[in-house]
Design a protein around this ligand. Sequence first.
Ligand SMILES: [Zn+2]
Length: 147
Amino acid sequence: MINISSLMTRKKRTMNKSELIAKAWEAREKAYCPYSQYKVGAALIGINGKVYTGCNIENASFGMTVCAERSAIFKMVSDGCLKFKALAVVSADDGDGAPCLACRQVMTEFCESWDTPVYSAGPNSVYEHPMKEICPLPFVAFEKDKD
Ligand SMILES: [Zn+2]
C-alpha cells in the first residue's frame, strides 16, 4: 500500500523575521541576570533550518558573563551546525540594541555570509543590518568561503 502523503514533497517553511524576533523575546524570559536585571534574548536560524535560542547568563565574576547572542550560537555549534542565516537579539531598549563587539566577533565566525541579516529589536523598534555593516573589519584567522 502506498502512503500518498509520503509521495508529496513537503516544502520546508522558513521562519520569517517577526517569528524569529518572537522566539528571541521568549528566550529573553530565561535570562539569568541577577546583577544587572538587564534581560536579553536571542534567536537564530541555522543553515540546517533549526532555530536556536539564547539568553544572557551573568556570573558573580562579571567577566564570565555570556551574552544572549553567543549562548544561541554556542547551542547551534554544539548541535553540529556551524553557520546561521539570520540572527535576532532583543532587549527592553528601543535604541539600536546591537550586539556587543565580543558577540560580533563570534558572529563573524559563524554567519553564513557577510549579507546575513542581524535584527536588533526593542518593544517598539526593529533594526536590521547585514553582518558587513555590523562588523565591517572583522578579524578572520583564515579565509572563509563567504561572499
Ligand atoms: Zn554580546
